[in-house]
Design a protein around this ligand. Sequence first.
Ligand code: SAM
Length: 473
Amino acid sequence: MYDVNSRHAEDFINHEEILETLAYADENKDNVGLIDALIEKAKLRKGLSHREASVLLACDIAEKNEEIFKLAEQIKKDFYGNRIVMFAPLYLSNYCVNGCTYCPYHAKNKHIARKQLTQEEIRREVIALQDMGHKRLALEAGEDPVHNTMEYYLKCIDTIYSIKHKNGAIRRANINIAATTVDNYRLLKEAGIGTYILFQETYHKESYLQLHPTGPKHDYDYHTEAMDRAMEGGIDDVGLGVLFGLDKYRYEFAGLLMHAEHLEAAFGVGPHTISVPRLKRADDIDPDQFDNGIDDDIFAKLVACIRISVPYTGMIISTRENQKTRERVLHLGISQISGGSRTSVGGYYEPEPEDAKSEQFDISDTRSLDEVVRWLMEMDYIPSFCTACYREGRTGDRFMSLCKSGQIQNCCHPNALMTLKEYLMDYAAPETKAIGDRLIEKEVLNVPNEKARKIVMENLRLIEEDNRRDFRF
Ligand code: SAM
């Protein structure tokens, strides 16, 4: 039975509740009165329930969809301004014992090169990432209890945080690894990870069991309840996501919001981020073999509907998407994007040899970080390398309450400008720097009060003239 507070997957992601939600959405997708009322409710910026949001997702009245897009754009502006947080993935290992039918790391794939970074290789990769300008990483790995132990991850995190090359430093390492125990989550928290990310892949249990036929990931309940265990282990920033293309997107959307509602109800804090990956071509994976691919229009609608349903939750888009698609959805709700990414185990320090490829999937946006930064600034976005919230202990409900009161803006805007300035000084191409300096000059005037504005201006001067780094609020 559906119960948002229950700790059992089948209760908080209840199949019957999702089916009823989809039927309710179908019945009401042309109900202009209800749709207007829901749009009005979303304007209060307190979010929508999975049932309400599902009606808006199902609605195909062009003029109402226009209103939904406009509102998403406005909410994005109100909560995140024109800042976009930058990050890069770092694949630690592609050893995997699971049988996921959509992922080339599946255990039966005998021709993909299997690799696990040594601590020395991690050093080289991290220095290469720091030399690009990255400060925030998402660590990635397959699931293999023999090769990819918790001890290995803890060592990697320690190595990553210890490397200081020139003015570089990784200031926040998020981690996307297989579901694990409360004790292990506690160890990850103690090691100083930022967000624990785990994609549900699909909320549809029957499909899930078919898509994950073998290995520990086959256990739907253990996977679905992972965020509860992570929170119990003290990790208060968790990142949700589904892999769009595996099952029907409307089912996934309802499941995703139910999961967010559950975390909020059970722990008093919803997800820190939601990722919106779409299935991609990869070594031995053909996305055309899967029936539920979604086109760019539906993808944009999904992003907009997530944005208005969970206004306080950051949204992440990776280089799975090309420049054009990213451009289309950025203003609809995305708050974090990756740049200059490699999905191979190693590959930042030097390209992988042709005969030993370990990539997880094909990247669509192959531009360098500097090109992505410049492109964002040309569209008047502020690329932000800020990690201050995490380092100042503003995580979980502390972060959410600052978000909900609107106060977070007072930190985010100045921090984005100062960390962008660091990037421009240390890593940008001359043309990128010129564009960035003009943008900062304009944006510093938008720092909310005069006292803060003066401090920011002074800090910007110190970054430029005294080569001082790491200012933050
Ligand atoms: N091993 C971890 C787990 O069990 O959840 C996940 C790490 S994996 C490196 C990160 C994510 O990549 C997966 O959760 C999946 O959603 C995504 N992924 C796998 N195959 C993909 C493909 N062919 N196209 C796009 N994304 C894919």
